[in-house]
Design a protein around this ligand. Structure first.
Ligand code: SF4
Length: 599
């Protein structure tokens, strides 16, 4: 069932009014991959009446007013992608196409969408229900943050939007608690995963450098960001207070990750897996093609690549669904009338993080003094692909499913670190679950740049490539590795790009056709480097290419001097990986599609 988006649908349901209205910068796609849809159905399942307004017109009350006013709160999100990343290229140009907008033209989501929509609500409804910001844009901009598009440090988006509350991270548990407390007229200031504004700092919290200090001094910004990052674990993170002009931003500790039964309950809800009919009138939304027949298996990522925002939004703890829940979803998909037998992705932020986590992290919280995968896989993690192998084997036997493709990226270092099941897992994927290309993300080849990125050395890449080629040959298939590479990452020089080009030609035998220009997404470690031009840990100066011409030159070194190599390619992905690694994009659609299943 779609959540109601029109007055007629409210009447059909017999609802006289709504408890919660969700406003989004995307068209309304009802899917387990879309936050508005997950949160809306989750609240409905708990007994609340929830409606959706997608991409409202900013110049009138026609859209924002069509469902009336909610009794409990407005939930406002920019959509599945931060609105500036969705609307602008890394070079700052306006994107023309939009996979999350019906009709495919990028003309309906404003820049800084959560601020625009909060203002729209305030303009048309005086003394209305609380405005609660959520989704990735609110998460990434929840404290003072460097904003590359305006080239300055901005206040929390909660303050700029004049909203009442901000829910960060994965919101299911938080919004239920909020709805209950607002319904019962209880204070909400102790709810985990919430930010709010106050007149004074909250006792017992860590006081961050003020917005004014952070905006005026890169050293204070660095100190602020590192204190923020140290307090993002759900078990050990403390509350934070940050002065923002005349008020204080209070950042409560992160929400606890969902348990497996809770994950199953969330993803077991009834989704239409389609674009709402009201939006469909403007045409199809391309994201639907990708996610209609895809299954999310887990959320969270402990890869912590410096440029990626997944850990900031989804957290560093991986929460997985049970095999039964995933198989049930596969059966549902197999029963859809237009299903041709191919599940287009079984995965998450990183496909092979499904089904295992560090026992120490789950008991006592993530380490603050080291990363789980950098410089090498932590011994305490004990990667184990057994559960994923069993899941994939059962998917192969699901009636109606010809192939379940693992299209999400695979971490080579995790495969190699799992001495027992790693190569058998790779063999399974190569034989049965690859559509012709397997995505991996070395991002670069040079040690100094990889250190800035938090990516493992090339030494873990080459053996993986060898295994892939050997297993592909054994399977008698023609299929390829697809490499994600980034130019102009902080710390990367033109000489580094020359080395990468040589490495790609000599060791990978690839001809890069597209390379992602680094995008400074808010609240990532790489963006801290970009803004401060310093190594975040040592404080030593760091080369950062900021000029448009220099960034373009770095990219062109790789793509313009490409050699005569025959089959593999590199594509861009950073923007998508930040928020929805499985979302197909303009660039990925242009990839040559070899060895794809026949439809
Ligand atoms: S012990 Fe290792 S795997 Fe576990 S949280 Fe710490 S760094 Fe990560």
């Amino acid at each position: 069932m779609f959540l109601p988006a029109t007055p007629e649908e409210l009447r059909t349901l017999g609802w006289a009014g709504l408890d919660v209205i969700l406003v989004t910068g995307d068209s309304y796609i009802d899917s387990p991959f879309v936050g508005v849809s997950l949160i809306g159905h989750w609240l409905v399942q708990a007994g609340y009446r929830v409606g959706v307004i997608s991409q409202p017109d900013l110049d009138s009350s026609a859209d924002i007013g069509r469902l009336g006013e909610p009794a409990l709160f407005w939930g406002v999100t920019g959509g599945c992608i931060d609105s500036l990343i969705a609307n602008r290229t890394a070079a700052g140009k306006r994107r023309r196409e939009d996979d999350y907008t019906a009709g495919g033209i990028n003309c309906r989501r404003p820049d800084r969408a959560v601020i625009a929509y909060a203002n729209l609500i305030r303009h048309h409804f005086k003394a209305t229900a609380p405005i609660v910001l959520g989704g990735v844009e609110a998460s990434l901009r929840r404290i003072a943050h460097y904003d590359a598009w305006s080239n300055r440090v901005r206040r929390s988006v909660l303050i700029d939007a004049k909203a009442d509350l901000l829910v960060y991270g994965m919101g299911e548990r938080t919004v239920l608690e909020l709805a209950e407390r607002l319904r019962d007229r209880l204070p909400v200031t102790e709810v985990r995963g919430v930010c709010y504004a106050a007149t004074e700092p909250k006792p017992g919290t860590v006081e961050l450098a003020s917005y004014t200090a952070a905006a005026g001094d890169p050293a204070a910004f660095r100190e602020m960001f590192l204190a923020f990052a140290r307090n993002q674990d759900p078990l050990t993170g403390q509350g934070l207070s940050q002065r923002q002009d005349t008020r204080w931003l209070i950042h409560n500790p992160p929400q606890l990750p969902l348990t497996e039964p809770e994950m199953d309950a969330v993803y077991g809800m009834d989704f239409e897996r389609a674009l709402h009919p009201r939006d469909r009138r403007r045409g199809p939304a391309r994201a639907v093609e990708t996610i209609r027949f895809a299954i999310p298996t887990h959320r969270g990522c402990y890869g912590e690549c410096s440029f990626c925002a997944i850990a900031v939004h989804e957290g560093r703890t991986v929460s997985s669904r049970s095999e039964e829940s995933i198989l049930h979803e596969a059966e549902l998909i197999a029963g859809l009338p237009d299903f041709k037998g191919y599940i287009l992705d079984v995965g998450g932020p990183t496909a092979n993080m499904y089904g295992f986590e560090c026992a120490k992290k789950l008991r006592r919280g993530a380490c603050l003094d080291r990363r789980c995968l950098y410089p090498s896989v932590c011994e305490s993690l004990r990667p184990d692909h057994d559960r994923q192998r069993r899941l994939l084997a059962k998917l192969r036997r699901t009636p109606g499913v010809k192939q379940a493709i693992v299209a999400s990226g695979i971490r080579p270092d995790l495969v190699l670190a799992d001495r027992k099941q790693g190569i058998p897992y790779l063999r399974d994927v190569v034989r049965h679950h690859t559509s012709g290309q397997m995505k991996i993300a070395p991002e670069h080849s040079e040690e100094r740049v990889l250190r800035c990125m938090g990516k493992p050395s090339r030494e873990s890449l080459l053996p993986f490539c060898e295994h892939f080629r050997r297993l592909t040959a054994e399977a008698g298939k023609e299929q390829f590795l697809t490499y994600y590479l980034i130019a102009a990452h902080p710390g990367c020089t033109e000489a580094d790009m020359e080395q990468l080009r040589r490495f790609a030609a000599r060791d990978l035998s690839i001809r890069p056709e597209q390379v992602q220009l680094f995008t400074p997404a808010p609240s990532t470690l790489a963006t801290l480097m970009y803004h401060t031009e310093r190594d975040p840990f040592s404080g030593r100066p760091l080369f950062v290419e900021k000029t448009a011409a220099g960034r373009e030159r770095q990219k062109n070194i790789l793509v313009a001097k490409a050699g005569r190599f025959r089959y593999e390619m590199a594509v861009s992905h950073q923007t998508q990986k930040e928020v929805r690694p499985w979302a197909r994009t303009k660039t990925s659609r242009k990839k040559p599609r070899r060895n794809l299943p026949k439809r």
